[in-house]
Ligand binder design. Structure first.
Ligand code: MN
Length: 276
């Protein structure tokens, strides 16, 4: 079953994520457009989950650095388990278990394969497609690689690769077109296309209290980011409770003071790319 792995990893009594069902392929004669989305997911590591509707589920890749609009930049995309279609609009807090963290719907729209046979393209490891989202548009390709671990000289001397490719490493690459460019889209348009909220605001809508006592063990950069987000969420929530009307302004002020400059603009959709 396509969603077995998805369900096996999750406890739906504890996670708000949809259990999902495989939908009948919605491809009648006049086929509705295929759905795609990108979910920014702050879990043990920040990453972007790139999902394409195909045969009733969402084909999924985890992209650690997020999509790049620059054709010269190839982004690692780890092929992960199919997700249910309903997952594509999910945004919220996964309090514990698999993927515990915050999910933001970072982009959504429709996609078209640039081939007649998607299954054959997937099997071959070379899927070209066109996106029509709020942030991502134009022509892209996903190419399977022989593994992402570039080994050092020392590692190579120590014998065969202990982590041979399991076929899950792909690269997500933008093709050169009117939608490509050197704008850092993740930085330029960091917010949700569903709620226009940032991570700490999504968390504030939920229950930061849970996170103070029961958050995933984190270290390093992700841990610092998470602590910062939890603090901002708590400040937002406290301000809201104290004075519902002035809350947003006060909390935003706090958040802004702590946020890097590039994150301040509430851009829902970037301007049209400049031609390269
Ligand atoms: Mn994820």
């Amino acid at each position: 079953m396509p969603l077995d792995e998805y369900r096996r990893k999750r406890d739906f009594t504890k996670s708000p994520e949809p259990k999902g069902k495989v939908q009948k392929a919605r491809r009648p004669a006049k086929a509705p457009a295929r759905f795609f989305c990108v979910q920014k997911h702050l879990a043990s590591h920040l990453h972007y989950d790139f999902r394409l509707e195909h045969n009733g589920t969402l084909l999924s890749w985890a992209v650690p650095k997020g999509p790049s609009l620059d054709p010269k930049i190839k982004r690692l995309a780890m092929h992960v388990e199919d997700h249910p279609i309903e997952y594509g609009t999910f945004e919220g807090v996964i309090p514990e278990g698999y993927g515990a963290g915050i999910v933001m719907l970072w982009d959504r729209g429709t996609w078209e394969p640039e081939t007649d046979d998607v299954d054959a393209a997937l099997k071959k490891g070379d899927l070209k497609f066109t996106l029509d989202g709020f942030k991502l548009k134009g022509s892209w390709v996903l190419v399977r690689t022989r593994g992402y671990a570039r080994r050092s000289e020392r590692d190579r001397r120590q014998g065969p690769d202990p982590r041979p490719s399991d076929g899950r490493s792909w690269l997500l690459i933008k093709h050169k077109d009117e939608w490509s460019g050197d704008l850092d889209i993740a930085e330029f348009a960091p917010l949700s296309v569903k709620s226009e909220l940032d991570f700490h605001e999504i968390l504030a809508e939920d229950t930061p209290a849970v996170w103070r006592t029961n958050r995933p063990v984190e270290g390093g950069e992700t841990g610092a980011m998470l602590r910062d987000i939890i603090e901002k969420a708590a400040a937002l929530k406290a301000a809201k409770a104290a004075a519902p009307k002035a809350a947003k302004a006060a909390a935003l002020k706090t958040a802004k003071a702590a946020a890097p400059k590039a994150q301040r603009s509430r851009v829902k959709q970037p301007a049209r790319r400049t031609k390269r």
